[in-house]
Design a protein. Sequence first.
Length: 280
Amino acid sequence: MPELPEVETVRRQLEKRLNGARIFSVTVWQSDKERPQGEAFATALAGKRITGLERRGKLLLWRFSDGMALAVHLKMTGKLIFYEKKPSGPANRHERLLFAFRRGQETGYLAWSDVRRFGYVRLLDAAATETVLAEYGPEPLAATLETLVERLMLPSTRTIKAILLDQSVIAGIGNIYADEACFLSAIHPARRPSSLKPAEFRALAAAIQDILNRAVKQRGTSAHTYVDTEGKKGGFLRLLQVYGRGGQACLRCETPITKCVLAGRGTHFCRTCQPLKGRR
Ligand SMILES: [Zn+2]
């Protein structure tokens, strides 16, 4: 699933092309997860002027001049792809919507596609937008290290892995960067906050910022199907140290990387570098 670095990459690309643009039409090729649904979506969006492209955690928010916003969540396989010329129809059976926009003399097209259909595009009024945003914890790259430490230290009986995946604790981290941050800070993902020393919380918070910063610079990770709005893959895949490396030698100590299921997700760690009891 696209996480903060991938969604931020998409946001930056959308901002270049869409900021200040007006949506002059929307074609609903195949009605599905858009709200309002079907032709009502096309009618509601037509004519809106985009005043900002924001990201909150893994959620994209197109701000409109009338105070409304379009919330776009890529979830597993949602994609936004730019076309210079108007496509005559969907490029494949997964393309569902086409946004046509104009900025000055410039005209462009943006298609929404979603193979697994977990993603969504929802038009929200100002109050609904605030409600959605209030559900998110701090942005890990905007917050101070101290804020992240405080969030991680909140009393919980859950595992560190589950806490990292909880968007209301810290926004934007998913399965890939949770595993990488745990490895980088030498913390076993099944540990509970009560077992962590203050220095370990700080190491974990610093690892989160470090890994996300580096991944944003590489335009994200294409571990599965993620591509940006130009159809390009992210460059961080080769920099992953544990995610997707189950059974392969740890890059630090050569112990085979363990893969197990934690918090319902495939989890990767080194049992030597990340001992369950913590470092003595
Ligand atoms: Zn190791």
